[in-house]
Design a binder for this molecule. Structure first.
Ligand code: NDP
Ligand code: MG
Length: 383
């Protein structure tokens, strides 16, 4: 039977690669839902090709255009933020691919969890902001999360057939980004064009800046904590510039497993969509002889302070990761608009972590309020 996919964030980097995967296996997958924020043209083009049942264009300025372009195709068109959660709660799909970027992806993913859905999760911010509540809700509603983030897909693949109680620790690999080896006297002057040039991966703008600042790896530590039920002390990071080993699991008998492959998100996407199957493909292969030296080094958290700040927020728990995430979304946007420098991003995040009152056990409403409050504060800190 075909799996019916609800692709949230279909116009993004993950969304577009997911549609390539779907196209390669028409007998296995069909598209039920496509969503975009404002890229109406691409959403229309995707809808004409994949013929979903429903589409959501969040920005209602584009509703009329999308609705007219798709008229006569038997596709229901919705707009507005609320439509995302309403469509996510419907029972006409089998698996959600959560590929909206940032905090904006939380509400629809949360709605799908309440319905006991299976979610292929690319949107790491959902687990960073509210990982405790999300994990509880997954169990309570018999939902399931299968990671799409390459490091977490690697860990997940290493853990198939293993007892999670046998994990001693995990090591997340980080490419180091375009500024690996650079020091603050260099970073103080870098601009977005340079920061957007990732050596190994082509991704959306936000995650590319997060990779350059190592915030991405910090968010991934928190993501791993909730996905695999780990203690903070069990999570470590190592820089691996070739991005071939996607992460390691260390077991309590001393055995270490790694998952390897060329950096290509289509593999973790197809693995999550097809799980528990492993589908054949003809993507370019990793040839060991072409990579005679895989190297590993400790991350420079004195220079890349975002990683240290994220780790601190993880250990603090409560609403600290929510503050970290909200402040980070604001500073990344500001950096992308050339309003603040690369190193200022960490200063503002740190200030937010110091200023916003700590809550040990926030409710979902607390998280929503904390996100809004932090954004407001972060904006005043650079304006
Ligand atoms: P992109 O920026 O490329 O795409 C984001 C998608 O989300 C687009 O479809 C966009 O619509 C939509 N979107 C943006 N803002 C909103 C909003 N406020 N409400 C609803 N929809 C919105 O991001 P990526 O594909 O790179 O990343 C998506 C997620 O996957 C992120 O959480 C990222 O961390 C994670 N991830 C990405 C990887 C990658 O290789 N790209 C790797 C691992 C994880 P529109 O196009 O209309 O703006
Ligand atoms: Mg990743």
């Amino acid at each position: 039977m075909q799996k019916r996919i609800a692709l949230f964030g279909s116009t993004g980097s993950i969304g577009q690669q997911a549609l390539e995967v779907v196209k390669s296996y028409p007998e296995l997958f069909t598209i039920e839902v496509l969503t975009a924020h404002s890229n109406a043209d691409l959403l229309i083009e995707q809808s004409k090709t994949f013929r979903p049942n429903m589409v959501v264009i969040v920005d209602d300025k584009h509703y009329q255009k999308v609705n007219e372009a798709l008229s006569g195709l038997n596709i229901k068109v919705f707009s507005g933020e609320k439509a995302l959660t309403e469509v996510a709660a419907m029972d006409h799909y089998d698996i959600m691919l959560a590929a909206i970027v940032g905090y904006a992806g939380l509400a629809s993913t949360w709605a799908a969890i309440q319905q006991g859905k299976t979610i292929a999760l690319a949107n790491k911010e959902t687990l960073v902001v509210a990982g405790d509540l999300v994990s509880e809700a997954v169990i309570a509603n018999k939902a399931r999360i299968i990671p799409v983030d390459s490091e977490h897909s690697a860990l997940f693949q290493c853990l198939v057939g293993e007892n999670p109680d046998h994990i001693e620790k995990i090591t997340l690999t980080a490419s180091g980004g375009p500024f690996l080896g650079k020091k603050p006297n260099f970073l103080i002057n870098v601009k977005k064009d340079h920061a957007l040039q990732h050596p190994n991966w082509t991704m959306g703008a936000k995650i590319t800046i997060d990779s350059a600042s190592l915030m991405n790896k910090g968010l991934e530590m928190i993501e791993a904590k909730w996905l695999f039920g780990l203690k903070n002390e069990q999570i470590e990071v190592i820089v691996h510039p070739q991005s071939i080993v996607h992460s390691f699991v260390h077991f309590h008998d001393g055995s270490v497993k790694a998952q390897m492959g060329l950096p290509d998100m289509k593999l973790p996407i197809q693995y999550a969509l097809a799980f528990p199957e492993r589908l054949p493909n003809n993507h370019k292969r990793y040839e060991i002889k072409n990579f005679p030296s895989l190297t590993f080094e400790v991350a420079d958290t004195k220079t890349f302070r975002n990683l240290a700040l994220a780790k601190e927020a993880m250990f603090r728990g409560g609403n600290a990761p929510c503050v970290l995430n909200a402040a980070n979304e604001i500073v990344v946007e500001a950096f992308l608009k050339n309003k603040i420098g690369f190193l200022e991003m960490s200063d503002i995040i740190e200030k937010c972590l110091e200023t916003i009152p700590f809550l040990e056990h926030p409710s979902m409403d607390d998280y929503v309020a904390c996100d809004a409050e932090t954004r407001k504060l972060a904006l005043t800190l650079y304006k």
